[in-house]
Design a protein around this ligand. Structure first.
Ligand code: ARG
Ligand code: ZN
Length: 886
């Protein structure tokens, strides 16, 4: 059933207070709920959500009287309706509804509601999991106080019992059992509910908030064997707490903050009040098993969930269409946090924009394209998308760009002042931003209702006489009325190369607008869309002959770090497409690219990460965005050819730099001493980019042997996962002579053996084989599906192999369509277990319109087969059918 944003109505009755009891038994759990019902609008029935497949209703009573089905209440599908005449008839009247249900967490493979992961019980309620736990108005605008949540379980098997908020009491119960009672003083929607029961180990610490001086107990839990990997998460939590105080004046509001890492989890993590649940992949780390990227991701996700305490929990969403209100804002906040922690906002911006372009742009151009605030859904779980999250963060960033740092902070302050404790909308956020600054930004609201990536075109002319530069901008988007787009611009003098106009934010409000810059000394070159100030595609109106010369100039001279990188990327892109079309010889592009690459290689200073990114070609998915018909095989080859020719041309310099870095790194610490400061991370990043270049030279037997020998040497001599895994990834794509194959296989075997069963390391082992550039990679992946360590029930493991393979575009899109059939089969199997996961997997097929007719037809066939499957989950159905429409 499709739900529409425009159909929102407030609840007739709502729950004000909740008491629950969880009686956890082997194979079944009994759940009692006591809901205090009060009038809200008073107009209509009390409709409770409860998923028929998950719940068995054992008893139901209202104000002490047992209710009779068909008379007092009725159950229809996934709702239970209570006759309104039984309910409070005055605004201050209350009724108490008691229900008892039975659920089977052990059989819950959907990982929504109460389920078992390994030896522990845990819950996931966002978006609609609470209705798989009890009957309840399971929507975010019902904020209730959970006065008491009692959990009872076997004492020996489940010594740790956790809930939201503060622990009130605990103790033994007859028959080797025990219990704990938790209380959460803050009103919250049901999606933030959580309990955990398990045999858990932990690390703990405390944090005293500023300025209130509240001493908060912090504890991070996992299965006992992983306790040694929890330190980084705990440290990251403290940094997050301090950062939110320093940046937004926001303090934590309870005496405890618990985090639990679980192995089976559909998403990254969940911000349940006072009791976050994390996917182990976003929580556990030690140098031997986690890469630098893993460390960075953990810090940012810990930050993200922590920041939700204000942007999400204290102020939440009125309905699920407003999801970006909390997610876009919280992603923006975690991006800023990470940029501060990395001490480089340019590096962070390059990473975030790359991911936006590689994932969100494609989504916005495909069949599931939706505004950051969608208009309808069948399954809400399908809308936890790159658009809602990443583009949503760009929308928040634009407020910051338009209003300035202080203006944005004023807007945030007013937002909390007005809405603390409430469930609100994106319009409320916009009003707070505007009102706090005394400006009318109503035009900005169009970003919330417009899907697709807008295009901004620019053209310019310099008038010698008046020494004035005219910059004309036009916009095109799916919005009938123009969007308000902040365009950050700087001007560089063409003759001297100096910046003559510093970064300025132009407010593009019309379809077409001309901006004037006067008082110049000579012609200038614009540095457009600095820091990627808006999520748009920027193009020059009339591509002129000097376009690439200008890019080369900017790649060398721009004062904006992001745009310097961007100019280089555009040059690389241009060369790759010329190579693809076989017409590179007539142009000067190669010269410009080599010049930019050579400069990046010889960059001095210690901005190693910037240097690494300047040497990295745009990803295949980013490049695919620029093609009307995507040919993944040809694209992969063209990019590979450019990469190899750069590697050949600069071989000795790359090698020298690689050796130089190896030496520096060894002298500043080696073996188990893995440092995580920006310089050390940057050095590893750069050296691994260089290793990648050195390993892509493999035309002759000698070259192949040399490459595999070098990668093997790094693999064997490195202790930390970053360097080991980079080397392994190089080795995994190597083929040919016996010596080469032997090294590859030995490294894979060694990596597997050293993993010693560690789930996260095994995921890496599966993944590097799924993304390998080998002709028979699909057969290898199919063989790995049969590996004893592979399972479709664990989302991480499943994605490490199946979703990773779909990222291996040239092979997934092999002309025979076997990749599509494989993904279709796997998706069908997973749909029986976990619809949230299968619908994510199914997305690998829905972009069929972007490919050739032959490929498109094969993808469609695989989609049709899924669409015809019976039964099919509504999650997967929504994704598949959207792409087969019309
Ligand atoms: N609110 C969580 C986060 O972004 C994500 C939960 C998503 N859950 C889901 N079932 N789609 O931090
Ligand atoms: Zn979030």
């Amino acid at each position: 059933k499709e739900i529409f944003r425009s159909d929102y109505t407030a609840l007739p009755f709502k729950v004000s207070n909740v008491s629950m009891n969880f009686d956890i038994r082997d194979g079944e759990t009994f759940i009692e709920s006591e809901l205090t019902i009060v009038q809200n609008t008073g107009e209509g029935d009390l409709v409770l959500d409860g998923e028929a497949d998950a719940l068995t209703l054992l008893s139901i009573s209202l104000d002490g009287k047992d209710l009779v089905e068909g008379v007092d209440y009725s159950i229809d599908g996934d709702t239970l309706t209570i006759v309104s005449s039984l309910l409070p008839t005055t605004a201050d009247g209350t009724s108490v509804l008691k229900t008892k249900v039975k659920v089977h967490p052990e059989k819950n493979t959907q990982l929504s509601g109460l389920y078992k992961s390994g030896s522990m019980y845990c819950t996931q309620c966002e978006a609609m999991g609470f209705r798989r736990i009890t009957y309840y108005p399971d929507r975010p605008d019902n904020m209730a106080i959970f006065d008491s949540v009692r959990i009872e379980a076997d004492k020996e098997a489940y010594p740790v019992l956790l809930g939201n908020g503060n622990k009130l009491e605990g103790g033994d119960v007859e028959g080797d059992r025990h219990y704990a009672v938790w209380e959460d003083p803050y009103p919250k929607p049901s999606y933030l509910f959580c309990i955990v029961a398990g045999k858990l180990g932990s690390v703990s610490s405390s944090y005293t908030t500023v300025p209130s001086g509240r001493k908060v107990h912090l504890e991070v839990y996992s299965e006992p064997e992983n306790v040694s990997k929890l330190g980084h998460a705990l440290e990251s939590l403290k940094k997050s707490m301090k950062w939110d105080e320093d940046t937004f004046g926001l303090e934590y509001d309870l005496d405890v903050y618990n985090v639990v890492a679980v192995n089976d989890f559909n998403m990254g993590a969940m911000e349940n009040k006072g009791l976050n649940v994390f996917n182990t992949a976003y929580c556990l780390a030690d140098p031997k098993s986690a890469t630098d990227l893993d460390y960075e991701r953990i810090e940012s996700v810990i930050g993200h969930e922590y920041f939700h305490n204000w942007t999400g929990n204290r102020v939440t969403c009125r309905d699920w269409f407003q999801l970006t209100l909390k997610e876009g804002l919280t992603v923006y906040r975690d991006q800023e946090f990470s940029g501060d922690m990395m001490q480089s906002h340019a590096v962070k911006r390059i990473e975030d924009v790359s991911s936006l372009r590689g994932r969100q742009f494609a989504e916005d151009a495909g069949p599931m394209s939706h505004p950051v605030r969608p208009d309808s859904y069948i399954s809400m779980d399908n809308f936890y998308t790159a658009t809602v999250y990443s583009k949503g963060a760009e929308v928040v960033r634009m407020y910051r760009t338009l209003l300035g740092k202080d203006g944005f902070r004023k807007g945030m302050d007013l937002y909390f002042e007005r809405h603390d404790g409430n469930a609100v909308t994106c319009d409320d956020f916009l009003s707070a931003m505007g009102d706090a600054n005394g400006v009318d930004i109503s035009q900005f609201s169009r970003w919330y209702q417009t899907n697709g990536t807008p295009t901004v075109k620019y053209s310019s002319k310099y008038d010698e006489e008046s020494k004035t530069y005219y910059l004309t901008l036009t916009q095109e988007s799916n919005s009938d009325e123009p969007l308000l787009i902040p365009i950050s611009v700087g001007l560089l003098d063409k003759a001297s190369g100096e910046e003559v106009v510093a970064t300025k934010v132009l407010e593009l409000k019309e379809k077409e607008q001309t901006f004037e810059f006067d008082g110049l000394n000579g012609d200038v070159l614009p540095s457009m869309l600095r820091g990627f100030s808006a999520p748009v595609k920027l193009v020059q109106a009339e591509a002129d002959a000097s376009e690439e010369e200008d890019l080369a100039f900017l790649a060398a001279r721009d004062t904006d770090g992001f745009n310097r990188w961007e100019a280089g990327q555009k040059l690389y892109t241009s060369l790759i497409f010329q190579t693809l079309e076989g017409n590179q010889d007539e142009s000067k592009t190669l010269d410009y690219v080599e010049e930019a690459f050579g400069r990046a290689l010889n960059m001095d200073g210690n901005d190693y990460s910037i240097q690494a990114y300047a040497l990295t070609l745009p990803s295949e998915s980013t490049l695919a965005e620029e093609m009307t018909v995507v040919d993944p095989v040809a694209l992969h080859k063209a990019r590979g050819d450019v990469r190899e020719s750069l590697a050949q041309k600069y071989l000795s310099e790359i090698r020298a730099k690689y050796d130089e870095l190896t030496e520096t790194m060894e002298s500043s610490g080696s073996g188990e001493d893995i440092k995580l400061d920006a310089t050390s991370i940057g050095q590893r990043r750069l050296r691994n980019v260089l290793l990648g270049y050195l390993c892509c030279i493999k035309d002759t037997a000698e070259e192949r042997d040399a490459a595999s020998e070098l990668a093997m040497k790094q693999f064997e001599s490195s202790y930390g996962m970053t360097d080991r895994y980079s080397a392994l990834n190089c080795l995994a794509s190597m083929d040919g002579e016996e010596s080469v194959v032997a090294r590859r296989d030995a490294a894979l075997q060694k990596f597997y053996d050293d993993a010693n069963g560690d789930a996260l390391v095994l995921n890496k082992w599966f993944m590097c084989q799924a993304v390998a550039d080998l002709p028979d990679v699909l057969d290898r992946v199919k063989a790995l599906v049969k590996h004893p360590d592979f399972t479709l029930t664990n989302p991480n493991r499943c994605s490490s192999l199946i979703s990773a393979f779909t990222m291996n575009a040239a092979h997934f899109h092999a002309e025979d369509g076997e990749g599509y059939n494989f993904l279709g089969d796997m998706t069908a199997q997973v749909d029986k277990l976990n619809p949230q996961l299968s619908s994510r997997m199914g997305r690998g097929l829905i972009q069929w319109r972007k490919y050739s007719e032959e490929r498109g037809a094969l993808m469609k066939e695989a989609l049709q087969e899924l669409a015809d499957m019976k039964p099919i989950s509504s999650d997967l159905f929504e994704v598949v059918s959207s792409s087969l429409k019309e």
